[in-house]
Design a protein around this ligand. Structure first.
Ligand code: ADP
Ligand code: ZN
Ligand code: ZN
Length: 734
């Protein structure tokens, strides 16, 4: 006899932390109502852990009798929407990684550890009827008058007034506290208020040019499609995003915009806020845990209509998501480089397909993957041919360093040009992809160099903190006064990094502001904003920095871009190095000649005749990409073949190599699989560990996955004195 209770869900499958490939089953106790996407507190061995329910079901005979029970269901309703749950499961399958971390990617840290999903924010300020109508001029005290006037303006714009917003406008609590005492203002606790996207504009949209209009017209409003929007900086991509967003918001749907790691500045936020009345939240690594949780909850509850975020924001639950935009889609920061190595652009496309909504990928220098997909007809491809405001392309010329005198890495010719542009009242941007003062410290007597004791790499000299620093393992030491090999004191820094360039420039141009952009001078969004606003000031200035300068910021007054050194990428063993270098060259060049000023780009190189540069000198990224794609096709490399990289490391080199040898043997037995290696990694020793890599290639993705799957099942990632990991679609081959 069967009873109805046998059909009621009595078991929950729950993704829990640990080396489990799939979820574990737990018994549902009476009164508990876990649903897929809810967090639960469950026992695991002797611990209590937070897991996420992946499914609920009736018990089956396979479950056995000694299943443990759920201790507590933490969420009354699912925290993760169905599409995000599906996305997390896909991530786990596609990247061959445990399911729990895939779910955790979707949650902010506080919610991962089991905190209540509840807004924990400062109170919202609200004008009383009296406060709304009082003429602010009648108040005594200038600060109070200003505070009231500002609150009234925000109120008219239907903008919630938060203490954070007032502080951002230069007010302090003491200024508005008086208003509370006079009962012109009251405070209420912040709580989530689901909104409705409207797409109402604060600022009129621009009239699109022909290419922009074509892009917008081709992109379906409701159905799945991927559009690759290719156009140099300033060609008006953002304007196309904004208008596509408006269409979506006007239909009551929400929008997710992804930007690269360092790209999310207050400038970017302001641009979106200036256009739309709809509420917006930003999710990025610069937020505190609390801020991040609040922003996440606002997105999850549908309070925000526009969600702007970096990599992991792609897994944010967003009700009625109607459009995804991935800006600078070629940017390497979309790929997570440790633990679960996912690619946010690829997740965005998968999510759009799940939801049957459009996705836009924008770039001046699209990845070869996306270009290939476009050429195969899988993506729409729209080029924006002209700069939106009709500026000319910058001229690019090379300086042959073999024939130049140079000091601190800067040739006489470049220096002369810098001087000319500064004298014309303009700004100059100098690019150098090496931070620190000098990439090495060198003995002139015996040739000794400052090596990292733990890595197969040199220590970089950082003058600011007077330290030798390893950029691979973080090792620090005092610079030597004497050569450890020959005892000579004739030691000198070798090569130039941004710090040294800055110092040299300051001595050559003592009256010109020099604004440095690298990870040492810009640690967070606030620093970045500060440097950017310095760069906006009128008058001549020199901006000097690493690839941070190449990331979409607008430098209106730069008329000369000087690339101090980019030769390293020419001869790298990493097959992606040249793609990256070409993108960087085009991106950096794109910083000049904005506004109404024409620009020049000057490249210092010891290899001016290298064929690699030919299309780039014409600033013709498409021709450059075509050339690289042909090479990739000949060698069966991505995007023509599919690639995975296995990496192992151990203090004992033989162990690391042996593991990959074993894996290579097994992989070779599989049909349609080629392996390269194992070989010592390009950085063969890091932090005292010897590193090996094995590249696995196939022309069919499914073959690659089914060959790799058994390895993941059979070899624990952490073994005694040995760790290994799998990187599907690797970007960085170091
Ligand atoms: P991108 O995102 O490709 O760098 P933007 O969308 O930021 O380009 O546009 C660059 C500049 O050109 C901005 O100042 C923008 O306001 C302006 N712009 C964009 N599209 C148009 C247009 N159709 N008409 C006039 N100005 C435009
Ligand atoms: Zn020496
Ligand atoms: Zn090191």
């Amino acid at each position: 006899m069967t009873t109805t209770s046998e059909y009621l869900p009595s078991i929950a499958d729950i993704a829990v932390p640990g080396p489990f490939k799939g979820p574990l089953s737990y018994r549902i106790e009476p009164g508990q109502t876990p649903e897929p996407g809810c967090r639960c507190l469950v026992p695991l061995r002797s611990r209590q852990v937070v897991g996420v329910v992946t499914s609920v079901r009736p018990a089956s005979t396979d479950d056995g009798d000694n299943l443990k029970s759920i201790l507590r269901v933490l969420d009354a309703s699912p925290l993760l929407s169905t599409d995000v749950q599906q996305l997390a499961q896909w991530v786990s399958r596609y990247y061959l990684y445990d399911v729990h971390p895939a779910y955790m990617l979707a949650l902010p840290a506080a919610l991962r550890s089991g905190d209540t999903a509840q807004l924990n924010d400062e109170p919202v300020l609200e004008l009383t009827v009296a406060g709304r109508h009082l003429d602010s001029d009648k108040l005594k005290g200038r600060r109070q008058r200003e505070a009231l006037a500002l609150l009234q303006t925000l109120d008219k714009d239907n903008q919630p007034s938060t203490p954070a917003l007032l502080r951002a406008r230069g007010m302090e609590r003491t200024h508005w506290k008086g208003l509370i005492d006079k009962r012109l203002l009251k405070q209420r606790p912040a709580h989530l208020v689901p909104g409705v996207p409207k797409g109402q504009l604060r600022q009129e949209a621009l009239v699109l040019n022909k290419d922009q209009a074509a892009a917008l017209k081709k992109l379906p409003v409701t159905d799945f499609a991927v559009q690759l929007l290719e156009g140099v900086t300033g060609s008006g991509k953002t304007e196309v995003y904004l208008q596509a967003m408006q269409r979506t918001l006007a239909r009551g749907k929400r929008v997710l915009v992804l930007v690269p790691e360092i790209g999310l500045t207050p400038q970017t936020l302001t641009r979106f806020q200036q256009r739309f009345q709809d509420s917006l939240v930003a999710l990025h690594s610069g937020l505190t845990d609390k801020q991040r949780t609040n922003a996440w909850l606002r997105a999850q509850a549908g309070e925000a209509s526009i969600i702007l975020g970096t990599r992991s924001a792609v897994l944010t639950p967003i009700p009625d998501l109607g459009l995804i935009v991935v800006d600078e889609e070629h940017d390497a920061s979309y790929k997570q480089q440790d633990t679960l190595r996912y690619h946010a652009r690829d997740l965005a496309i998968y999510r759009a397909r799940l939801l049957n909504i459009p996705v836009m990928l924008g770039s001046a220098t699209p990845s070869l993957e996306s270009l290939h997909n476009a050429q195969q007809g899988r993506y729409q491809h729209q080029q924006l041919q002209q700069r939106a405001q009709g500026q000319k392309r910058a001229r690019l010329e090379t300086i042959d360093m073999r024939k130049q005198k140079q000091e601190h890495g800067v040739s006489e010719r470049l220096l002369h040009r810098v001087r000319q542009h500064l004298e014309g009242g303009n700004q100059v941007l100098l690019f150098l992809n090496r931070r620190g003062y000098a990439p090495s410290w060198f003995c002139r007597q015996c040739g000794w160099m400052s090596d990292c004791p733990f890595c197969d790499a040199r220590l970089t000299y950082h003058r600011g903190r007077h330290q030798m620093l390893c950029h691979h393992c973080g090792h620090q030491e005092q610079p030597h006064q004497q050569c450890p090999d020959c005892g000579s004191t004739d030691l000198t820094p070798l090569g130039a990094g941004t710090e040294r360039a800055e110092e040299a420039l300051a001595s050559w141009f003592p009256d010109t502001p020099i604004i440095r952009f690298d990870r040492d001078s810009v640690a967070n969004a606030r620093d970045l904003e500060q440097q950017l606003s310095r760069a906006q000031a009128k008058g001549p200035a020199i901006l000097v920095g690493t690839q941070m300068l190449a990331k979409g910021h607008h430098f209106e007054r730069v008329t000369l871009v000087g690339i101090i050194d980019m030769d390293a990428g020419l001869f790298s063993a990493d097959f992606r190095a040249r793609e990256r270098m070409g993108q960087l060259l085009v991106q950096v060049s794109g910083r000049s000649g904005r506004g109404d000023l024409a620009g020049e780009v000057v490249l210092q190189t010891f290899h001016p005749d290298h064929p690699f540069f030919t299309p780039l000198l014409e600033q013709d990224y498409p021709a450059f990409a075509t050339q690289l794609l042909a090479e990739r096709q000949r060698s069966g490399l991505p995007p023509f073949g599919f690639l995975a990289c296995l990496r192992s490391d151990s203090a004992y080199p033989q162990r690391a190599e042996q593991l990959l040898k074993e894996m290579a043997q097994r992989l070779l037995a599989e049909p349609g699989i080629r392996v390269f290696g194992p070989l010592p990694a390009l950085l063969s020793r890091r932090a005292g560990k010897h590193r090996f890599t094995l590249l696995v290639q196939s022309h069919q993705r499914s073959r690659l996955h089914s060959a790799l799957q058994p390895l993941v099942a059979d070899y624990p990632r952490q073994q005694r004195h040995l760790t290994w990991h799998l990187d599907i679609d690797p970007i960085d081959l170091m």
